[in-house]
Design a protein around this ligand. Structure first.
Ligand code: NAP
Length: 409
């Protein structure tokens, strides 16, 4: 490839592979100049806007973002072209001697991204090696449903389920904090197969049942959209209605950074709302199974739900010993009680939180509602200020040391 003068007839166009994209919105949320957009199926990059800064490359959990095609500068792929794709088109054959305008930083930054050195997207130094992209939409793994239990009380307004999938003899290695994709059967309003739905794994790496080749998911049946209008979520209703023995198409696993530390003495602070508890359950259960090894380290959990009856894993959490995990529930809709959010509990536990924020062996995980992220960061800022610490100076250090991990939707 030739690094060319600006007059080169061809350019590298940044494209997203629709086959491996899991629609997690990370790229669109990361792009500093709004060059990435999406429709109901595909995430796409606008050639006219993208400056190849590569900010989106490193955070992408699947590598779907990591594609550049040589295109005639005058006729790059349009947004409509990209929206219509199910797979990336084959690379264009260039004429002999054709010059390609390569943005100076593309290759260098791509190498950095693929080496996994992007600051916020690095896992804790002691995290185990994650496997990703073992199964694609073209070649999914087939799992059998071996459990589908309602976690929320019968009278509760939310139907949240603990669903167990067994992979039998198919290898599907996952670490706590990773996600997998489910392919719901059927087609969308355009007659195309439904896109992949992403769920965090709620079981530890050695299986929901130790040494079984199975995983657990925490799924809430979606019955309304964000405005409260009645809508039946395609993926969640498919999953929540599954019967024992049903077969499910699974893709992934995904995720290379939202992983737990493994070194003895490492502590974990977890903040979650609702089904954002899935990765926290996996981390807690991993640590619970290793308790006898006395590896040290603490677990601090902040867990928000409307009422106790809607809090997934409420019962089992209450049974965990206090010297194993320090649990702080926040209920927002209990009759005759003030609305309490996880950020309120964080403020109440300021001393403990600040001690853990300053402990280089403590790793912090947020998962759940997008709105919670802002509130929790504000609470961290407040408790730091109370203790004469500057959160805005601390946060970049936490990210540089891969100690702060956020997954909010
Ligand atoms: P939810 O029941 O609607 O809310 C859980 C709690 O969070 C409620 O007490 C709610 O209070 C409170 N809350 C609302 N806004 C808040 C804010 N700004 N700050 C702090 N707390 C706030 O939650 P959900 O429906 O289960 O949603 C969970 C989220 O986790 C979803 O966005 C989902 O995509 C995500 N997630 C799911 C998985 C999975 O594997 N299933 C994995 C990762 C993430 P109110 O009384 O005010 O509503």
């Amino acid at each position: 490839m030739v690094v060319a003068a600006p007059s080169a007839e061809y350019a590298l166009q940044h494209l997203i592979d629709p086959e491996t994209c899991i629609r997690c919105n990370t790229c669109e949320a990361t792009c500093p100049i709004d060059a990435i957009t999406h429709d109901s199926r595909n995430y796409v990059v606008d050639f006219a806007i993208c400056k190849n800064c590569n900010a989106c490359v490193s955070p992408c959990p699947t590598g779907a973002i990591d594609h550049w095609h040589q295109v005639p500068k005058a006729t790059p792929f349009t947004l409509d072209d990209q929206f219509s794709w199910d797979t990336l088109p084959p690379p264009i054959e260039l004429e002999a001697g054709a010059q390609v305008d390569v943005p100076n930083d593309v290759r260098e930054l791509t190498e950095i991204a693929t080496a996994g050195q992007g600051g916020p997207a690095s896992p804790p130094w002691s995290a185990s090696h994650p496997y990703v992209n073992l199964y694609s939409q073209a070649k999914p793994a087939i799992a059998t449903v071996t459990g589908n239990y309602r976690l929320t009380a019968d009278g509760a307004s939310a139907d949240i389920r603990h669903i167990v999938l067994d992979f039998a003899t198919t290898a599907f290695p996952v670490l706590e904090g990773q996600t997998l994709g489910i392919l719901p059967p059927g087609v969308d309003q355009n007659g195309k197969p439904h896109h992949v739905r992403l769920y965090s794994v709620a079981s530890p790496r050695d299986g929901e049942r130790p040494r079984y080749n199975n995983v657990a998911l925490t799924i809430k049946r979606v019955t309304a959209d964000h405005e409260g209008k009645p809508v039946l979520g395609i993926g969640s209703n498919y999953m929540c209605d599954l019967k024992i023995g049903d077969q499910v198409k699974v893709v992934g696993p995904y995720g290379t950074s939202y992983l737990m530390p493994n070194h003895p003495g490492s502590s974990v602070m977890m903040v979650c709302t609702g089904t954002g508890s899935a990765p926290m359950r996996a981390i807690t259960e991993r640590r619970r199974r290793r308790r006898a090894l006395n590896e040290g380290g603490e677990l601090l959990l902040f867990f928000g739900a409307r009422v106790a009856e809607e809090l997934p894993y409420f019962g089992p959490l209450l049974k965990l010993p206090k010297d194993f995990i320090d649990i702080n529930f926040a209920f927002s809709r209990v009759a005759d009680q003030p609305k309490t959010y996880v950020q309120d509990r964080i403020r109440e536990r300021a001393d403990k939180v600040v001690t853990m924020l300053q402990d280089d062996n403590c790793y912090i995980y947020l998962c759940g509602l997008k709105g919670m992220e802002k509130g929790v960061i504000e609470a961290f800022r407040d408790v730091c200020r109370e203790h004469s610490l500057d959160w805005d100076a601390l946060k970049p250090q936490l990210l540089a040391k891969s100690r702060l991990h956020i997954e909010t939707y």
